[in-house]
Ligand binder design. Structure first.
Ligand code: SAM
Length: 495
């Protein structure tokens, strides 16, 4: 499969070389070969794209505009991978990655690209997806033939990405796999291509409170002889430690994900965590006995304290339980939700549907400006939180339902609910086709699409455009600095 690559701040480019090369019989490089190349783009995984004799090679750590020397490490039919040996001509966007374990960890992919360069690349990623996948016209971009067919329409405005003033230490949640070493329990990240866990005590995108909590829990569990789960054998107890910190209240939650119900020395463990973790108000156990990479199991119980922590965004207080989705970057979440409310264009008279509503965050932001809001979400605990959050904030014009949005929306429609505005904020895979159909049948005057994946977003926008909607504006927001991820809010109107 050819992979898209994007030069920083230049027009769309697709990997045509890959498809052309797949027709040739023998790649012109072999493993171990050293070569020099100009870097012409950056893949969606953050690898530099180079060419040797017309063959495409992806090189981790190389940046567009650079000339590099690299060693071929693998050769496929249509592209290969190479290891960066040296940078011969540096990009003006290159900087030294501040994190000492950047090369090993893999959690961030863009620390070697300075922040303005990251924001530029992320905007280009969104633009390129709209043009290439969605076949949509974007202002300032060369029109492609398919988009030009709709010559009468206004091109879409894609705004610059809203970045952070200080793009470090932003994550309010850490999810750490636990393993064992001679010195006790370790927790950090999986070594590439293995089940071994590399211990990590500092992560520059984590809030410091989370680091301190994880360190304390590892130390406490290790000192009590609690075993770590072994992914290869399926034995051992502690699989993951998940911690959350609510910056506005200072409250912290610890979730112990265990391979079984019984925790030896449970009371002592709780005592040590309470002693060593300032602000902890909730210690929760989640049981996952499946041999799976999925982190959470089905059963959750509160071991001590509350079953939720409280946080505040934009003057609204939220209760957040262990299993519920809650955006990880609170500073940018507010900007994201404000963009969604702006694009909803509410006057106080509207009926609004918030599909994929999580704990009701966007619903409650919208409810302050609408007549009535309906939120739907598939995780029952999240809907419990959503209802609790509405009550907590004295917001009464909102109703929540548990279920798949693609099932609940048609039911609401059949019962006579006629939304003026529909907001969707699906997971990375985007909207279900049934949901798109039901959205088109509802015919709201506006659709606001919040997306964390430009590719599925562009696919869904195409379907909505074909169904009678026009994309007006896109506001990308950088929720995950130093990673390849970008969030966008989209405003659509009826054609
Ligand atoms: C990207 S999150 C957005 C949540 C919320 N809007 C927020 O900003 O916190 C997507 C949410 O969709 C939920 N979800 C996934 N599939 C769903 C489906 N088929 N129907 C309804 N909700 C779903 C997930 O549990 C998750 O809470």
């Amino acid at each position: 499969m050819s992979r898209v690559y994007l030069p920083i701040g230049t027009a769309t480019a697709t990997c045509g070389a890959c498809s052309r090369m797949s027709e040739q019989r023998k790649p012109p490089v072999t493993t171990g070969q050293i070569f020099e190349t100009d870097i012409v783009g950056l893949t969606l995984d953050g690898e530099g794209v180079g060419r040797f004799n017309g063959f495409t090679l992806f090189i981790e750590g190389a940046l567009p505009g650079e000339k590099v020397r690299a060693e071929v490490v693998s050769v496929g039919k249509s592209f290969g991978k190479a290891r960066l040996e040296s940078v011969l001509v540096k990009s003006v966007h290159r900087r030294n990655p501040p994190c000492p374990i950047y090369d090993q960890c893999g959690g961030c992919q863009l620390q070697h690209l300075n922040y303005p360069g990251q924001l530029q690349w992320k905007r280009q990623y969104v633009v390129d997806s709209l043009v290439r996948i969605g076949k949509l016209p974007v202002a300032g971009e060369p029109q492609r033939a398919e988009a030009a067919a709709d010559a009468a329409r206004e091109p879409i405005t894609v705004h610059p990405v809203i970045g952070m003033d200080d793009p470090w230490r932003y994550r309010n949640k850490a999810q750490v796999p636990i393993g064992e070493s001679e010195g006790g329990l370790v927790g950090g990240f999986y070594e590439q291509g293995s089940h071994d866990i590399v211990d990590m005590n500092a992560c520059l995108i984590q809030e410091e409170e989370n680091e301190q909590t994880v360190r304390a829990v590892k130390g406490a569990a290790g000192s009590l002889g609690i075993s770590a789960y072994n992914r290869a054998t399926g034995r051992g107890l502690l699989r993951h430690v998940v911690v959350r910190h609510a910056a506005t209240t200072g409250q912290r939650m610890v979730v112990l994900i265990t391979n079984g119900l019984n925790i030896p020395h449970q009371d002592e463990l709780i005592g040590l965590i309470r002693e060593q973790v300032p602000g902890v108000v909730s210690i929760v156990q989640n049981i996952n006995t499946e041999r799976t990479a999925v982190v959470f199991g089905k059963d959750t119980r509160t071991l001590w304290g509350e079953d939720v922590i409280y946080d505040e965004i934009g003057g609204i207080r939220f209760a957040i339980s262990a299993r519920s989705f809650y955006q990880v970057n609170p500073v940018q979440t507010r900007r994201l939700y404000e963009s969604a409310v702006r694009y909803a264009g509410l006057t106080g008279e509207e009926t609004v549907v918030d599909a994929y509503c999580g704990i009701g965050t966007i619903s409650l932001f919208l409810a302050r400006h609408a007549r009535q809001v309906y939120g739907v979400e598939i995780v029952p605990e999240a809907i419990e939180d959503a209802r609790r959050n509405a009550a907590l904030n004295g917001i009464h014009n909102v109703e929540f339902a548990v279920g798949a949005a693609e099932r609940v929306l048609p039911r609401w429609q059949a019962s006579g609910i006629r939304p003026d505005v529909i907001v969707v904020d699906p997971p990375r895979k985007g909207c279900d086709q049934v949901l798109i159909d039901s959205l088109l049948e509802s015919r709201p005057s506006r659709i606001v699409y919040v997306s964390c994946n430009p590719s599925t977003l562009a696919r869904d926008l195409r379907l909505l455009e074909d169904g009678g909607y026009r994309t007006v504006e896109v506001q990308p927001v950088d929720m995950f600095p130093h990673t390849v991820h970008v969030e966008s809010v989209i405003w659509m109107v009826q054609k």
